[in-house]
Design a protein around this ligand. Structure first.
Ligand code: SF4
Ligand code: SF4
Ligand code: SF4
Ligand code: FES
Length: 946
């Protein structure tokens, strides 16, 4: 194995369709107009020496190393900034050019520390390479002149260092931060000899606006910006391309290794979801894989008040099987079930649902998507015929109006957010519908045309009002509706949204948004050449989550914004494989590919292949499992890779349900909160330790490749296989690729997918089958999957969760960039530096009324429960609204959230909870107890590790 190296073409590709032919060093080359001479030369294998150019950012032309001669033109233009021309005759290597380049390199090296042998970038440094490429042998000026080699390092960032003594002021970092990441944290300060790179207002990196995405580190051609892990471990020697296991963007990375040790994760330029970019989580927050609290041996205990006992894998698996068999013998076939994880691979998820359906003999299987995007599946399927987003991420490059609702892309989907920001900087318009002023509303070089800060829980109302404007102001795309949609459904819907109760004036009063803003946003969305909707959990996690998804689909159909690049309805999926876990048949009523379990033909196909009869009745959803456990009819649960106690709503209820079960089996990396109620703990493996696939938010199936041996001795898929075998249900697989082969055989949308294909083409977006052998980037071109697009009536029904004198504020929740969901992984990395605790955002007016100052501890109470956390006073939230994240178990925001849920899918209403906020002296009693226990466990883990 060796390091994977992508070609650096020096400048970005031109998108022109016009072609130009020129001659470079006697060779003819034809490239798109607008291509740089440097890039055209690379096309014929000629690498012009360069330092300030790299193909992730626009050319800058500052280093003067890439000069060429062009016949008939005076001077020596820079090949990175000079576009090709028809008939041009270019020379890249002449005596004159050689001398100039040598001279340029001499100047650079005369002001550079000569510590190559001990430098962390030795062997991975473009300056070193270029010195060799231009044949530099000595430096005529010596090294004693005025120089920059004594400047102090900035080591403030936990993941990378900035050593200005090695900086050549090429500005690649500055341009990467601006163009790729869109944060504008870096500048070149000073002029001439005094020019230097500066973070923020000449601050340490960690105090600047820097979000640690790593783009500057990747762009830096010297050791100035270097990963600390490379400095500690050394330059990697081989790499494996795999997929980030955090969010639904699904970024491809090169896991760069020394032996079995991971040195760094470098975003993969050929990754079609991320195109070479990353965020702080995927790039740097992988240290949890080696964290000392990771459990590596199976453990069992007779009851949850007893200490854990380490056992062998055989004993643990046998215990799972015998307990589940015992429970079914005593309480019936339906007394047990399983929960699949959106953190695990498609293959692992498929196996868990297969185990439940074929091995347990029931359909009591559900997934954590229940609590996030289940309304997306239901809503989009009803409208379009497919339970997935309509576009690929590249689509945003063609968008003229971006509508973001209930999503916070810069925190939750940062790499896609960077692409979106780029498009907005190029001139696309932006509408944000969110109770909170998310960063996208105003940031460097971006300002939303409309921000509608609606009251939590009123999405469906405001979307109906936007539709009202579209219909009553004649903004419907009649041709699209006539050609592709069900006309009678459209007419019914059009007359519904035209009713006065859906007018912006009426809805404005309910939502707290001015009618004028609603009308303006509606006109902007409807009149865009290409308008695209991006939404997140702020849409789905409501009692009307499915209604709002359908309302978005209605809007896109009515305005003709479907079926081509630049448009669409795009759910920004939370977890890395939430799309996949739904695709794989994790819901109790559906087999893989969203086919109902009651459909005889489909069931028979699975029965034949699996050799087991399958129950035609849908099984229990997660909330129903909890209710049944409390009622005493549901006794055993297998939970793979999901901390249901922390992530599901109404923690008190979940605790009671888990405590009522006789056998809870948790398979995870760490002893999570759910494991406090478990009887058997099976140590899980990280994404670095297994093979498989994840499917991202754009339906892209990406390969996950094993880069190291599982530290626990077994990959997750092997554990499920062992349980199935112990229960007498043999599953004949030797490798996850064989599981995918079975999925492809049984699932029409996956029919063409195989590991071989993915290894060959990189990734594909489903449907991938005979009709679309290389997948489907944009869906519903020339017609909808279901036939005619279906307009649904989306009447606004206010949630039962109401504010009142006891609970006068509305709580809504979300995520922050540096942490991920319940924080099990990110809390075990240096990312805690940026978010040590969850805080409560509260408007100055509400804080003043309660005598709360910034940083004070406050009690947060709802009718479900209470917690305490510190207050942050900010006008990002409107008066009457408070906001927090849910990353820390010692806060457990879900202690407060209620059991209300979406009418169609039971997705919990996390985004609307009536609460009261009052001053407090510190953590509540249960939090203090929790912290004591956690400290105790940490000490035990530390002693064990030592
Ligand atoms: S890490 Fe990212 S955000 Fe920070 S300075 Fe570098 S490019 Fe900018
Ligand atoms: S830090 Fe690196 S990329 Fe930035 S100007 Fe210096 S050498 Fe160039
Ligand atoms: S954007 Fe998501 S998938 Fe990409 S690196 Fe960040 S967490 Fe990973
Ligand atoms: S690479 Fe062209 S001027 Fe630096």
């Amino acid at each position: 194995m060796s390091l994977v190296h992508e070609t650096d073409y020096g400048t970005p590709a031109s998108k022109s369709s016009e072609m130009v032919t020129l001659t470079i060093d006697g060779q003819s080359v034809t490239v798109p107009a607008g291509t740089s001479i440097m890039r055209a030369a690379m096309d014929i294998g000629t690498q012009v020496p360069k330092l300030c150019a790299t193909d992730s950012v626009d050319a800058f032309g500052s280093c003067r190393l890439c000069l060429v001669e062009i016949q008939g033109r005076p001077g020596t233009p820079a090949s990175c900034t000079t576009p090709v021309g028809n008939g041009m005759m270019v020379s890249t290597q002449t005596e004159r050019l050689k001398q100039i380049r040598k001279g340029v390199m001499e100047l650079y090296i005369s002001d550079h520390p000569l510590d190559c042998l001990t430098c962390a970038a030795n062997g991975d440094c473009e300056l070193q390479d270029m010195a060799g490429a231009v044949g530099l042998r000595d430096v005529r000026y010596g090294y004693d002149g005025e120089n920059h080699t004594k400047q102090a390092k900035d080591e403030s960032n936990p993941y990378f260092t900035f050593d200005p003594s090695k900086c050549i002021v090429c500005s690649r970092c500055v341009r990467a931060c601006e163009e790729v990441q869109g944060t504008f944290a870096l500048t070149i300060q000073g002029r001439g000899f005094d020019s230097k790179v500066s973070a923020g207002m000449a601050e340490p990196f960690v105090d600047s606006e820097c979000v640690s995405c790593g783009a500057c580190v990747q762009a830096c051609p010297t050791a100035t910006l270097s990963e600390k892990s490379v400095i500690d471990i050394g330059v990697p020697e081989h790499s494996v391309v795999t997929t980030c296991a955090y969010c639904g963007v699904g970024c491809s990375f090169k896991a760069e290794m020394r032996g079995e040790e991971l040195v760094r994760m470098v975003p993969y330029k050929d990754g079609k979801a991320n195109r070479g970019h990353s965020c702080v989580k995927g790039r740097f927050a992988w240290g949890y894989a080696n964290h000392r609290e990771r459990i590596l041996k199976p453990m069992i205990r007779e009851s949850i008040d007893q200490p854990w006992r380490e056992v062998t894998w055989d004993v643990a698996i046998e215990r799972v099987a015998s307990e589940f068999k015992r429970l079914q013998a005593k309480h019936g076939r339906l007394a047990i079930g399983g929960i699949t994880s959106s953190r695990c691979t498609n293959e692992e998820t498929y196996l868990v649902q297969k185990l439940v359906r074929g091995g347990f003999g029931n359909n009591n299987v559900d997934t954590c998507a229940r609590v996030c995007h289940s309304p997306t599946g239901y809503g989009l399927r009803t409208a379009f015929g497919t339970s997935a987003g309509t576009q690929d991420f590249d689509s945003v490059e063609h968008t003229d109006v971006v509508l973001i609702i209930g999503a916070n892309p810069t925190d939750a989907h940062p790499v896609f957010a960077s692409r979106m920001k780029k498009r907005l900087r190029q001139g696309a318009k932006l509408i944000v519908i969110d109770p909170r002023r998310i960063d996208m509303v105003r940031m460097p070089h971006i300002e939303a045309q409309y921000h509608l800060p609606l009251r939590p829980g009123t999405n469906a109302a405001i979307l109906n009002a936007i539709a009202h404007v579209v219909v009553t102001e004649g903004l419907v795309n009649e041709r699209f509706v006539r050609d592709y949609c069900d006309l009678s459904a459209f007419e019914h819907w059009a007359s519904f949204v035209s009713e006065p109760q859906n007018s912006p004036e009426t809805v404005g009063l309910m939502t707290g948004v001015s009618a004028e803003a609603i009308r303006g946003a509606a006109r902007l969305y409807a009149s865009g050449k290409n308008s695209a909707i991006y939404y997140g959990l702020g849409v789905t996690e409501h009692s009307q989550g499915t209604t709002a998804v359908m309302a978005l689909a209605n809007l896109a159909m009515a305005t003709g914004n479907l079926g081509r690049p630049g448009v669409g309805v795009n759910p920004l999926r939370g977890q890395n494989n939430v799309q996949g876990s739904c695709d794989m048949g994790s819901f109790p009523h559906e087999l893989s590919g969203y086919r109902h379990i009651s459909d005889d033909a489909t069931r028979t196909m699975f029965e034949k292949l699996w050799g087991r009869p399958l129950d035609a009745e849908p099984g229990l959803r997660i909330p129903n499992m909890f209710d049944a456990a409390i009622d005493g009819t549901f006794k055993g649960l297998y939970v793979q890779g999901e901390d249901i106690l922390q992530s599901d709503p109404n923690t008190k209820h979940v605790k009671a349900a888990l405590a009522a079960m006789e056998c809870v089996v948790v398979q995870d990396l760490f002893l999570n909160e759910t494991a406090n109620y478990a009887h058997i703990f099976l140590p899980g493996s990280t994404f670095l330790e297994k093979d498989g696939t994840f499917t991202n938010a754009e339906r892209r199936i990406n390969r996950v490749r094993k880069v190291m041996t599982p530290k626990n001795g077994m990959a997750d898929w092997e554990i499920t296989l062992a349980i199935a075998k112990a229960m007498g249900f043999e599953m004949p697989y030797n490798h996850p690729s064989e599981i995918m082969d079975e999925i492809a055989r049984l699932t029409p949308t996956f029919a063409g997918v195989s590991f071989d294909l993915l290894d060959k083409v990189g990734s594909v977006q489903w449907p991938c089958n005979e009709k679309a052998p290389l997948g489907t980037p944009v869906m519903h071109i020339g017609g909808f999957a279901r036939g005619k697009g279906n307009f649904m009536i989306t009447e606004y029904v206010p949630t039962d969760e109401k504010v009142g004198p006891r609970f006068p504020l509305l709580l809504t929740t979300g995520r922050i960039l540096s942490q991920y969901n319940v924080g099990a992984q990110t809390r075990r990395t240096d990312n805690v530096l940026w978010h040590e605790e969850d805080v409560l955002e509260i408007h100055p007016h509400d804080a003043e009324e309660r005598g709360v100052r910034d940083g004070d501890w406050v009690k947060l109470d709802s009718r479900a429960g209470g917690t305490a956390l510190r207050a942050r006073i900010t006008d990002r939230v409107a008066p009457g609204v408070v906001y927090t994240t849910f990353h820390h178990p010692d806060t457990q925001a879900n202690v407060v959230t209620t059991e209300y849920s979406d009418w169609a899918t039971n997705c919990p209403e996390y985004k609307v909870t009536a609460v009261q906020v009052s001053p407090s002296n510190g953590p509540s009693e249960w939090q203090r107890e929790y912290n004591d226990q956690a400290e105790h466990s940490r000490r035990i883990a530390k002693v064990a590790a030592e």
